[in-house]
Design a binder for this molecule. Structure first.
Ligand SMILES: Cc1cc2nc3c(=O)[nH]c(=O)nc-3n(C[C@H](O)[C@H](O)[C@H](O)COP(=O)(O)OP(=O)(O)OC[C@H]3O[C@@H](n4cnc5c(N)ncnc54)[C@H](O)[C@@H]3O)c2cc1C
Length: 464
């Protein structure tokens, strides 16, 4: 099979590449290879089974058209300061300009006009004052909230647009490997998920955008073919859940509080991420059965709780420099303690040095929204340094949001963000292998829907 452009992965990075090429009038032939299904055929069976059944051959939450975006909370961060390090590669001005451009595309496809988190009123001033006192930085970030159910509709409209305009999407095909010969990428080798077909797609340009789940695969591929890359950061943390009453002021004023701190004694970067007012804590499963916690919220269906993650950045240099492997070991250990399920523990129990028992969860004001999480002891698997960072950060956030460090506050584990393996590229997204470009979360340069979309837009323009 021959094409001009082959894109591996139909997440925001991959689909915005194709979308921008069409919008710029390109007549080049574009093929997208996607391991999962079309957006309308993606189904997480959990609403029927009530618990994660670890779908094989892949998890429908993270795999399929629109990638991890379809079932995500759909929060589009509209500031270049949030969503990854892409601005370091392309410049802050271009990043911000392209965010505004990509945001207009989301609006065209049906995103809500309302922008959250831009209040500059007394409530925000008070939150910032408290943050300063607590030694935390409050990052300003306007947010457009699509909501999980609306995000699916928006991505469905984009999928239809791509198909109607001649983009070929090969669903349920997995890229086994890029075809790299003498320093040049000639295309990709793919196979159907059920093993019924295998083929090569030859292309002048190959764009790899396999997302967080594909980061590990891409790292191995880079090692094998000498694609230049550097180990970067991995984030390890917990998902925190409290009652809405606790977060009310922040939820109303900002929707999402982006707080960053460097707590003593280690002074590592610790931050809040992905806040979901009235949201649900969720589970996602990686191909190797690793179960990790996440969170999202619907536009209409609301719970009594707010969840957000607290993440600690981990960097390694010498003699060990495999952050993904490190984070996975922590995840596996935590999964082992929960018999494959997500562990949940009350903050008060962590401070008192005891595990949480299932029946104790019913004694609190808060009820876990992740129903199949199992009560236990997350400290038995969390490294000392990370745990201390999390505890001290929660205590600091308590000064901004009184009640955040309450005994009943729930901590779910493991929350892992694999951004590792930063691919070395120039500002035009050229790797050292001719014709090979790496985008989105798997490239290590982005960490969110908007920044991944921005990288796609810019890639699309270069390819035109
Ligand atoms: C539950 C959840 C909630 C989230 N909430 C938010 C949020 O509110 N706001 C935000 O900004 N971000 C959020 N995120 C993160 C966001 O979804 C990602 O940052 C974003 O989707 C990254 O885009 P991407 O295109 O780089 O990769 P992805 O969206 O991960 O897409 C990669 C695609 O590649 C496919 N793929 C992987 N390997 C192969 C292969 N070998 N062959 C073929 N196809 C392959 C996958 O199936 C997938 O569809 C959330 C993530 C999750 C899981």
């Amino acid at each position: 099979m021959r094409t001009d452009i082959v894109i591996v992965g139909a997440g925001p990075a991959g689909i915005f590449t194709a979308l921008e090429m069409l919008r710029k009038g390109s007549k080049k032939k574009i093929v997208i290879v996607e391991k999962g299904r079309s957006v309308e055929n993606r189904r997480c069976p959990k609403h029927k089974t009530q618990k994660c059944v670890n779908c094989k051959p892949y998890c429908h939450i993270t795999t399929g058209f629109s990638g991890a975006g379809a079932f995500s909370d759909g929060k589009l961060s509209l500031s270049y300061e949030v969503g990854g390090d892409l601005p370091q590669l392309i410049g802050e001005d271009l990043a911000q300009e392209t965010i505004e451009y990509a945001d207009k595309i989301y609006l065209e496809f049906g995103a809500d006009e309302k922008i959250e988190g831009i209040g500059s009123g007394e409530a925000v001033k008070e939150i910032r004052k408290r943050a300063i006192k607590a030694g935390l930085k409050l990052v300003d970030c306007p947010i457009r909230h699509m909501g999980t159910e609306k995000a699916q509709g928006i991505y469905l409209a984009i999928e239809k647009y791509l198909l109607e305009n001649g983009v070929e999407i090969l669903f349920e095909y997995e890229c086994e490997t890029p075809i790299i010969e003498r320093g040049e990428c000639k295309g990709v080798r793919i196979r159907k998920a059920d093993g019924s077909d295998e083929r090569e797609i030859l292309a002048s340009h190959t764009v790899i955008a396999t997302g967080r789940r594909g980061a590990d695969w891409l790292e191995k591929t880079c090692e094998k073919y000498g694609v230049e890359h550097a180990a970067s950061t991995v984030d390890i943390g917990v998902r925190v859940e409290v009652r809405n009453e606790i977060m009310e002021t922040v939820n109303k004023a900002l929707y999402e509080s982006k707080l960053v701190g460097y707590p003593l004694p280690f002074k590592n970067k610790v931050r809040t991420f992905c806040q979901n007012p009235g949201g649900f804590v969720s589970q996602e499963n990686y191909d190797d059965n690793l179960a990790v916690v996440n969170g999202h919220s619907y536009k209409e269906l609301k719970t009594d709780n707010t969840n957000l993650s607290i993440l600690c950045s981990h960097n390694f240099s010498y003699p060990f420099n495999q952050p993904i492997a490190y984070a996975k070991k922590i995840g596996e250990l935590t999964n082992m303690l929960g018999e494959g399920r997500i562990l949940v523990q009350r903050f008060g129990d962590i401070l008192s040095g005891k595990r949480t028992w299932q029946e104790e969860l019913t004694r609190s004001n808060i009820r876990p929204t992740l129903k199949d999480a199992v009560a236990g002891d997350i400290t038995a698997a969390m490294p000392y340094r990370t745990m201390v960072n999390i505890i001290n950060f929660i205590n600091a956030v308590d000064l901004v949001v009184p009640g955040f460090a309450a005994a009943e506050t729930l901590l779910y584990s493991p929350e892992l963000k694999f951004y590792s393996n930063r691919i070395k590229m120039d500002a035009d997204f050229n790797t050292n292998v001719k014709g090979l470009h790496c985008l989105g979360d798997s490239s290590g340069w982005t960490r969110g829907l908007m920044m991944a979309s921005v990288m796609g837009v810019l890639m699309g323009r270069k390819l035109v």
